[in-house]
Structure formats: structure tokens, C-alpha cells
Design a protein around this ligand. Sequence first.
Ligand code: KG4
Ligand code: ZN
Length: 354
Amino acid sequence: MARIFLGIESSCDDTAAAVVRDDRTILASVVAGQTALHADFGGVVPEIAARAHAEKLDGCVEQALAEAGLRLDQLDGIAVTAGPGLIGGVLAGVMLAKGLAAGSGLPLVGVNHLAGHALTPRLTDGIAYPYLMLLVSGGHCQFLRVDGPQDFTRLGGTIDDAPGEAFDKVAKLLGLPQPGGPAVEAAAAQGDPRRFALPRPLLDRPGCDLSFSGLKTAVLRQRDTLVAAQGGLHEQDRADICAGFQQAVADVLAEKTRRALAASPAPVLAVAGGVAANQTLRAALQAVAEAAGARFLAPPLRLCTDNAAMIAWAGIEAHDAGQRDGMDLAARPRWPLDQAAAPMLGAGKRGAKA
Ligand code: KG4
Ligand code: ZN
């Protein structure tokens, strides 16, 4: 018999609830963003995020159930992001999920947010294990080999900023609006990627680890050099810097992806995360995948970025694998998917990296 799960997500700056059936049907997916609340601060403010989650979660769950046309007692389980992320938000979601599970008697499953992203291509395209996942968002950047719903091997990741964070910072440096990714991509469309020589960090080192903070600093220096020489930035300067930066990110991600596919061949390369919206990056990754004989898969953007359908789906898969959580389910600020991998450094403005 078909099973239907409620998913709850509140680990960063999107409050989300969704209802998903185990035949991969998304019955409802509600996402309430908080961009406006954080706009004046140049980044996500954890306390503001936590408060907004606490205020919005109930309504999101009610709306998702209403859109699905179901009552809680018609569902088969509750999946909630239990980490990693900004702890106040994660706690708000976990507390709500516990309350709903206690009140309804439904099974509770705590989901790793990164597993939600990593399992999305199974929800959207029903692909089989194993596959390679490149997660590129404002908070995360890692290569994962996915062998099962709870079987992840991290092949590499960023040692500092996530690429989305770098896009956002570059936009800020150049006076472009937030979120920076779309603004930088739009400016880059008019630019010459070869005008400024920007670095390709860590390409000279073996392996699949990445670094983006030096690239951001190189953009800062380039901006300052131009401002000192000519008293400001012309439109074309901005476009050329954006194009150069975007090309550097694409080159680095493409080469590291090539290495990841060589080290761990897989029939599919899938991407997730908001940065996967970038057309230059997509084209570069698609070319690398095809050269390695792998299919390139980019889920629809609304399922690439933070949402609760991916959490409900990961909950269904974890439940199938026998996972059951109790009222002692912990909210975890850090929670690496691959427990065997060495911890990554740093914690970005959107919370812990893993
Ligand atoms: O996955 P996401 O919605 O949120 C989390 O980080 O959890 O990703 C948002 C990030 C932002 O940093 C945004 O600037 C970036 O994705 N982004 C892009 C593009 N669209 C969004 N980066 C590059 N090019 C884009 N077109
Ligand atoms: Zn995410």
C-alpha cells in the first residue's frame, strides 16, 4: 500500500512543509522564504531565522496538508530535518515534528538536510544507486558518492566558503543585489571572462577538495585596483569581473568533477543546490559528465533549492531502511553525511558546512 509522509524543513532561511507519496508523487510542497527579513543585514541572521521558523512552521504544515487534501491521521510518517543547520531553526522544526508525532502516533524520522539534497534525483527521476552528487548551494559544497539512502561517501568538499556564498560576496563587493548568484550571472552575460586573470584555487592539488575564499579575495583586489586607477567601476568592469569570476568557479568545479568521476565512476552525475541554476556551470558540468560517459541530471530548480519534499522523500527512504526516531531525536548543528570522512573546516554564514 502506498505510504505518504509529511516533510518539515527549517534548517536555514526557508520554512517548508511538503506531503510526498512513496511513488514519487509530490502532493504538496510549500516553501516560505525569509529573504526580506534578512535583506538589511547582508546575510542570514540566525536569531531572526529561528523566530520566523517558529512563527511560520504551523501555517506551512497546515497549508501543505490542505493542498494535499489530507489530514494528519491519513499520513504514514513525519520526516523532519534534524541537522545540519542553524540550530534555532532546526530545533523549531524538530519540536514541531515531535509534537505532531506524539499527538498523531505517526512514526518520526529525523533526516539529514544534506541527505535530502543528495536523494532528490531519486525523487525527481527515480534513478538507481549508485550515483555521484555535486551539491553546490549557499551553504554547502561537496561531492558525494551515493550508494544507498544512508550510504554516502564524501569524495571532497570546500575547505572554506560554499560557491553560493562566494557569488553572494562577489555581488556585494561589486554593489550588485542579493542573492548574488543570479545578479552575477546576469552581469557576466555582458562580460569578457578573459580580461582579468583570476585564480583557480586548489587545481594544483590532487583530489576533489575546493576553495572559494581566495577567489573572492582576488575579486576584491581587482575591484580595489580599478577603483584606485579610475576612481570607480564602469558597467563593463563589473561585467568583466563577474564573467571572470563565474568562469573561474566553472573551471574549478568542472575539473574537480572530472576527478571525482574518474576516482569513483558512476552512471549519473546529479547536481543540487541553488548554484546549480547557473547556466555556465551547468554547461561545464554537463560536458564533463558526458566526457566521462555519465548522464547529467539537474532536478528542477524548486527541488534543487531548499524544500521539504526532499525531506519527506529522504524520510520515506530512511523509514524503508528501518529508521525510527523517538522523542529523544536531537537537533544537530553539525552532522556530516559521511561519518568516516575527515571534518571540513569552517562554518559559513548559513550555518555549519556539514
Ligand atoms: O540552495 P540554496 O537556495 O540555499 C542554500 O544555500 O541552502 O542556494 C542559494 C545560493 C545563493 O548563494 C545564491 O546566490 C546561489 O544559490 N544562486 C546562484 C544562482 N542562483 C542562485 N549562484 C550562481 N548562479 C545562479 N544563477
Ligand atoms: Zn540546502
